[in-house]
Design a protein around this ligand. Structure first.
Ligand code: HGY
Ligand code: MN
Ligand code: MN
Ligand code: MN
Length: 436
């Protein structure tokens, strides 16, 4: 059934997105093309200011705002509503050198939906939601706040998370410090929502490559984050020959190279984004190296196959045993030890078919006869809060293209038209879902 839905205001949405970018903009970047770089780390002061903006703005739109013990901020518009309302949410935190659309677009689109409902006097209750630490850049579990709300991560564990790289502050202390340690219990029962839709940039090249305007997201690939510690022995670089070294840096380098090669063979992805070593001196062979390993792949068993093989091979590399072609001319050395810690796993998930249908129908409504050539179904390569909400309520996502498929980078860009297309499909989908 064709539902005449009101139009989002593209200029106003664009203004909101860039208004929120004043907080945490360029904290780590100089002038020039990088000055658009966002560094609004979860629970930082700049994050607090963007959250305060979200609270004030939604309150001015006749919402009552509730914050839970994980900082999830629900702005629920008062109105006639049977049963738990349909929610539109995403996140405001960014990568340390992130872009202006990842997460922020979805939250601002939720706010734009509320503005339109207010203007059109649509007397309907809708929550918009802003999650915390989706990026997992400052605290080691990504999407942690939606994970607690969905009952997938214990509150205690989340509250005690300390900053990546050994910072002392815990999530709980930082939530308290910025005033977002809410009294509402961080779980589904305390804040039941009926369904969840998340608008997000694709963060990859597929939509742009085919000149598609909307991605109808059917699920999210599995991923597993680890911290690997390699222990060898500090020694003098001038007096210790190779046979006598336990070189943790060389060993870790071989592991990282091997993880890339083996992931390719398993049609998966692998990446190391954090690497620390000690003692850190030109003339001391490093005895300790710690590195992150983010592996991702379509299905759970394929990813576990890669992980198990990597565990075997890292053990061999640590003991200088041959692994594929890594050991030609390698050092025989005294070997090292290796330790794995699993930080954050997420199984592959499939979104709800009614939600996907609502997105599909909303895209049809927006593009009319051209919708076939302007939309595609897809699986998300990136993790999102929707991964966790889908454990609890019917959920799906809407993607819009981003320039060159670049994200987690100051050059991230999504055009005003693409932002507005996404927000329109988001609002249409929420209104449709409620009429099911
Ligand atoms: O890691 C991810 O995929 C997301 O950006 N948190
Ligand atoms: Mn994101
Ligand atoms: Mn991200
Ligand atoms: Mn997300």
């Amino acid at each position: 059934s064709c539902i005449q839905t009101p139009k989002v205001n593209q200029d106003r949405l664009w203004k909101d997105i860039h208004y929120t970018c004043q907080w945490g903009k360029g904290e780590r970047w100089g002038k020039g093309e990088n000055e658009t770089g966002m560094s609004r780390l979860s629970l930082s002061d700049s994050d607090r200011m963007s959250r305060d903006w979200f609270v004030e703005t939604t309150k001015s739109l006749n919402c009552n705002v509730q914050v839970d013990a994980m900082g999830n901020t629900f702005a629920v518009r008062k109105g006639r509503q049977q049963g738990p309302p349909t929610c539109a949410g995403s996140h405001l935190d960014t990568q340390p050198t992130g872009g202006r659309y990842d997460g922020i677009l979805g939250v601002c689109a939720g706010v734009e939906m509320l503005r339109v409902l207010q203007e059109e006097n649509i007397d309907h209750e809708y929550p918009t939601l802003s999650n915390i630490n989706e990026e997992g850049a400052r605290f080691p579990i990504s999407m942690v706040s939606s994970g607690v709300w969905a009952g997938q991560i214990p509150l205690e564990k989340a509250h005690n998370l300390q900053e990546v790289g050994g910072g002392k502050q815990t999530m709980r202390q930082e939530l308290q410090r910025i005033g977002y340690l809410g009294t509402l219990e961080a779980n589904y029962e305390a804040m039941p929502i009926g369904a969840h839709f998340e608008l997000h940039i694709e963060q990859g090249p597929r939509l742009e490559a085919r000149n598609h305007k909307i991605g109808i997201v059917q699920g999210v690939q599995a991923y597993r984050w680890h911290t690997i510690t390699v222990k060898g022995r500090d020694c003098h670089t001038g007096t210790t020959d190779f046979a006598n070294r336990s070189d943790a840096m060389l060993t870790a380098a071989k592991m990282i190279l091997h993880s890339h090669r083996l992931a390719t063979k398993h049609a998966c992805l692998a990446s190391t984004g954090i690497l620390t070593l000690s003692p850190g001196s030109t003339n001391t062979v490093p005895g300790t190296v710690r590195f992150s390993l983010d592996i991702r792949g379509g299905e759970d068993d394929r990813l576990m196959g890669l992980e198990n093989q990597l565990k075997t091979d890292f053990h061999k590399i640590a003991h200088n045993e041959a692994v594929d072609d890594l050991n030609e001319g390698g050092t025989i050395g005294r070997g090292c030890t290796v330790e794995w810690v699993l930080d954050a796993p997420s199984k592959a998930i499939k979104f709800d078919k009614d939600c996907i249908q609502c997105v599909q129908d909303s895209a049809k409504e927006l593009f009319g006869d051209e919708h076939e050539s302007l939309t595609q179904t897809m699986i998300s390569g990136a993790g999102h809060d929707s991964v966790f909400t889908s454990h609890r309520v019917p959920t799906s996502m809407i993607f819009v293209p981003c320039k060159d498929g670049v994200s987690h980078n100051p050059m991230e860009y999504c055009s005003p038209e693409d932002c507005a297309n996404g927000a329109q499909v988001l609002m249409n989908a929420v209104l449709r879902y409620d009429k099911l």
